[in-house]
Design a protein around this ligand. Structure first.
Ligand SMILES: [Zn+2]
Length: 131
């Protein structure tokens, strides 16, 4: 893979998403989908990338929010393999999750709460520890 194809998702800043390799389709090869939630604005972003058979040109398609989720759901039937799990993410049949840590004050104590967040922004508390 060339450097160009390693591109990360661009929203408020550049960030890494989770990449899925996809089957050749619509005259495109080396297709992949990169999805993630922007760490700054919390928008779901999906980027579909492929190279055109015709002229080897790299083609991008970027979707946000509900459209990004739709694109992700559409592409799941075309996945050949998961290229890389994001650093704190875990893969499951229900999709993939992001880790999110929040520090909150409970009485006099600071508590770190670890949440599991999926691409549809569903949050689940998985761990709670006193600092
Ligand atoms: Zn953003």
């Amino acid at each position: 893979m060339s450097k160009k194809e390693q591109k990360m998702i661009q929203c408020c800043s550049r960030f890494r998403g989770e990449k899925f390799a996809l089957v050749d389709k619509n005259g495109l090869y080396n297709r992949y989908l990169e999805v993630g939630i922007c760490p700054i604005c919390q928008k779901q972003i999906a980027v579909l990338v492929g190279r055109r058979f015709l002229d080897n040109k790299l083609v991008f398609e970027k979707k946000e929010k509900r459209k990004a989720i739709n694109l992700y759901n559409e592409c799941m039937s075309e996945v050949t393999y998961n290229i890389r799990n994001i650093k704190y993410g875990t893969k499951s049949n229900a999709g993939f999750y992001f880790g999110e840590n929040r520090i909150v004050k409970v009485g006099e104590n600071l508590v770190i709460k670890r949440y599991r967040v999926d691409f549809n922004n569903t949050k689940e508390l998985i761990e709670e520890n006193k600092l």
